[in-house]
Design a protein around this ligand. Structure first.
Ligand code: ZN
Length: 320
């Protein structure tokens, strides 16, 4: 992973290259922006650029030296990428069971940050989904990001910076990552062997996030063989995964797509009465999104929302 592979983030990337150019590396940073726009990739590219033994002319890591290779495969002793996979392996748990970043994970990083670097010039600690740090973990991190040892960098990656503790935010330099254009998302999907029509449709509803786009493309494939008739909502609910953890993100995306469509229709609608109905429908979808966060069955939420959408003249076949 090098900077050139991060699409559509010229502003953020030029900021990062400028840190390397000037040698002024902020000790703690938050990379924030929508899910799936290249934040974690940029964190890895920065860790590589800081440690590459043959840094290229435009501060591009070489991808070939020992440091670059080890960082890429996440085996470098001084660069830790703490995501749910890292935490699951640390705590000997299943990845699917990870819901937040625990204090044990932060302690494992802070302990490593106090040890002498084994091979790197810069030690880099990356925390993915940093908005999911439990309060105790965030507090345990505070003093380490406030006074990190020399040549140590903390990068917190977050798609929900607004929900992070203000004490953490105030100690970090924030680097903004923009939503991606529909065109770039389509290209990324096609690079991942998703066919053109499907990629375009998924990109259209992805709100600038490749993570959303991949989820949507998956849903569109899951639902491709279903009949677009009165039983569609029930068929969707039966096609969804049975576990809460797997079904919830899918239904959340369906609700986001319905919300976008209802909003587009609301903008176009001239008749006051119909406009009011659409506003009510939008409120209902927002309510369903809240219900989904509680322990309501996602399958039931999806079915109810789709029935509601179709009786409100939302053309489901234009969405799913
Ligand atoms: Zn290198």
């Amino acid at each position: 992973m090098s900077f050139t592979q991060i699409k559509g983030q010229n502003f953020a990337v030029s900021n990062l290259k400028n840190f390397i150019k000037t040698g002024k590396i902020p000790p703690a940073m938050i990379f924030y922006g929508p899910a799936g726009v290249g934040k974690a990739k940029a964190a890895i590219a920065l860790a590589k650029a800081l440690n590459c033994q043959n840094l290229g002319p435009d501060f591009e890591p070489c991808d070939l030296c020992q440091n670059c290779k080890q960082i890429d495969i996440k085996t470098h002793p001084d660069i830790i990428f703490a995501d749910y996979a890292y935490q699951a392996s640390l705590l000997k748990e299943e990845i699917e069971d990870q819901q937040n970043i625990k204090i044990e994970t932060v302690r494992s990083l802070t302990n490593a940050s106090q040890q002498k670097a084994a091979a790197a010039k810069w030690k880099v600690f990356i925390i993915d989904k940093a908005e999911r740090l439990v309060p105790a973990a965030a507090n345990a991190l505070l003093k380490f990001i406030e006074e990190p040892p020399q040549n140590t960098v903390w990068i917190l990656v977050s798609s929900k910076r607004e929900t992070m503790l203000s004490t953490i935010k105030s100690r970090c330099q924030s680097i903004s990552f923009a939503p991606l254009s529909t065109q770039i998302i389509t290209e990324i999907l096609k690079d991942n062997f998703i066919e053109n029509d499907l990629a375009q449709k998924a990109a259209q509803y992805a709100e600038g996030s490749t993570e959303n786009a991949f989820l949507i493309a998956g849903l569109l494939e899951d639902f491709a063989s279903l009949d677009r008739d009165a039983s569609f909502a029930t068929q969707v609910s039966l096609t969804l995964p049975r576990t809460l953890a797997q079904a919830r993100p899918k239904v959340n995306i369906i609700l986001d797509m319905l919300l976008q469509k209802a909003h587009q229709n609301w903008l176009k609608e001239k008749d006051d009465k119909n406009k009011e109905k659409l506003a009510k429908l939008i409120q209902d979808f927002v309510f369903y999104k809240k219900a989904l966060k509680q322990n309501v069955a996602p399958q039931m939420v999806a079915e109810t929302a789709l029935v509601k959408a179709s009786i409100s003249n939302i053309k489901i076949e234009e969405i799913l």
